[in-house]
Design a protein around this ligand. Structure first.
Ligand code: TGC
Ligand code: FAD
Length: 386
């Protein structure tokens, strides 16, 4: 089946190919056979986090000294692509753990914090989550209300976070709150701290195989050594988002390819009017457009990965890739769903599940419209979202 239409394979190293294949094999063996059941039951495959650790996915670009794999950005992207071909929930766990929890601890943390948390996060012994969004502040995190107040030997934390991937099962949460001078600070909150709870958000129609929750801080005493010492300001969480959004740009391609493969096979086998569906022009138009969009998305993601490896990728370039690739994946999922007719709505095929998942992916890590406005700002110099 034609998928790598512009031979991106030739741009990968042998190491990239091995990494991609090992993640793909794991997804084919351990995720694809069971994921529909987990999603239907609205359950998270908890076994996956330890196995992601064993695969070297968690902290893939964090140095080996701290338990990471020391791989480059293309390897990280390929891993996200293969995981999301399984389910966005699995990619979400890997994104959050690597880009939103390990990355800030590695980049902004003290040596003690790195040694204390990174190896356990890399192995999957610890689950991490990232708290930026609040009930009243999603696209506008700069207006957050969570607060820390300095006391003798600790900070007192009050506030709440909303829509937090993995919060109910997390051992630690990297969260962002303002200090008394209104400056955003990053801190590590540990499960079991008095006044800290993480209730689950239930009844989702999207990302049903992922656990989402709140973070509630009611006079939580945060030891001073749990503050990330080397960052202040909104740019801290935004730098984490640059990394996660980049991974999503690759991940969405995985979901798109999984839908495309299903529909190519189905339309070859299914007959109506005594002909296979793929012999009709309207079917071929849809398939041709899907492959074109997948190919463009692959090239965008690969080039962005090269720029990221060279430390030259700008936040606006990342926004463009996240926005484009999630949009084309969602379009492909919606179109594929229709092309399977009634079979498109059941769990025998992955399409409806990908489609529902992508409705979250197009909203989290910055909504579709916010990313468009970031591109608009890059063109004009004017921030239309303010
Ligand atoms: P603005 O005044 O523009 O910027 C404030 C400071 O931040 C800096 N900055 C960045 N730095 C690095 N990378 C970026 N991408 C940055 N964007 C902004 C900026 O330079 C400035 O620094 P300084 O030193 O001058 O103070 O900020 P604003 O308040 O106007 O907001 C800007 C806006 C709207 C672009 C931004 O806040 C935004 O992107 N909003 C969307 C929020 C979002 O993406 N939330 C995601 C939450 S996490 C999540 O969804 C995880 S899902 C995980 C999963 O399950 O996979
Ligand atoms: P709002 O900001 O209220 O936006 C609502 C609508 O208004 C959107 O369409 C938006 O584009 C539009 N809008 C907003 N401002 C403007 C503007 N200036 N101009 C034009 N249109 C505008 N957050 C975390 O911190 N950590 C997580 O782990 C996490 N995981 C998530 C998991 C899931 C399943 C979901 C669904 C969300 C998760 N989020 C997480 C939250 C996510 O990042 C936010 O939902 C997202 O940033 C949007 O915020 P909001 O939902 O409050 O929407």
């Amino acid at each position: 089946m034609k998928i790598d239409y512009y031979l991106i394979e030739d741009l990968l190293t042998d190491e990239h190919k091995l990494i991609r294949q090992s993640v793909k094999d794991w997804v084919d063996r351990k995720i694809k056979p069971v994921i529909d059941d987990y999603a239907q039951k609205h359950q998270y495959p908890e076994f996956s986090i330890r196995e992601l650790g064993e695969l070297g996915v968690l902290g893939s670009f964090i140095p080996e000294k701290y338990g990471g794999s020391g791989f480059d950005q293309i390897a990280y992207g390929l891993m996200m692509q293969e995981l999301e071909a399984g389910d966005s929930a699995i990619r979400s766990t890997a994104s959050v753990q690597t880009s939103l929890v390990m990355y800030p601890i590695y980049s902004f943390g003290s040596e003690e914090q790195k040694q204390k948390y990174l190896p356990k996060l890399a192995s999957g012994e610890f689950v991490g989550c990232f708290g930026l969004t609040e009930p009243n502040h999603g696209s506008d995190p700069g207006s957050m209300e969570s607060r820390i107040v300095e006391k003798s030997d600790y900070y007192l934390l009050n506030g709440s976070k909303m829509w937090i991937t993995n919060s109910p099962i997390a051992d630690i949460a990297v969260i962002w709150a303002k200090d008394e001078e209104n400056i955003v600070r990053g801190l590590i909150v540990e499960k079991g701290m008095e006044g800290f709870s993480a209730p689950e958000i239930i009844n989702k129609w999207s990302l049903r195989a992922s656990i989402t929750g709140e973070l509630v801080f009611d006079n939580v005493k945060i030891p001073k050594e749990n503050i990330l010492p080397n960052i202040s300001g909104l740019k801290g969480p935004m730098m984490c988002l640059n990394s996660a959004r980049y991974g999503i740009a690759w991940g969405a391609i995985g979901a798109a390819i999984d839908c495309y493969q299903s529909v190519v096979q189905y339309t070859a086998e299914r007959k109506q009017f005594k002909r296979s569906l793929n012999s009709f022009q309207l079917t071929q138009k849809k398939l041709a457009e899907m492959l074109t969009e997948i190919t463009k998305a692959q090239l965008l993601a690969w080039r962005l990965g090269v720029l990221k490896n060279e430390n030259r990728a700008t936040p606006a370039q990342i926004s463009m890739a996240k926005r484009n690739n999630v949009e084309i994946a969602l379009d492909i999922a919606r179109t594929s769903r229709q092309m399977l007719g009634a079979m498109g709505i059941v769990g025998d095929y992955p399409i409806m599940r990908h489609m529902m998942n992508l409705e979250s992916v197009i909203t989290y890590e910055g909504t579709h419209d916010i990313h468009l406005l970031i591109t608009g700002m890059d063109i004009t110099g004017l921030a239309a979202f303010k």
